[in-house]
Design a protein around this ligand. Sequence first.
Ligand code: ZN
Length: 98
Amino acid sequence: MYTVEWHGEDWLDRYDRRGDCCPRKATIGVCEAMPPAQQAVTLLHEVCHAIEHASATCGEKLEPEQAALLYSGGLAMVWRDNPGLVRWLIDSLGVVHG
Ligand SMILES: [Zn+2]
């Protein structure tokens, strides 16, 4: 289970990165000094790295079909286990639902 750590603008200046994923500490870092939609995309990017690290194929170059299988399965699991994350993504991306 990963913990999300929020970082300020100093982090962006110091490391010149918007997010990071540390499988050893099980943390995902996201810079909060960005528009919400960009925070959402960054968090999704780091979730993909977490999925990759949890996979037996980590470090291997995947064929498109293998990659699609890995990320669809991984994201479905993350979604299922983190309904709060899905709600946060919907809000942050400004999804308009009727
Ligand atoms: Zn990356």
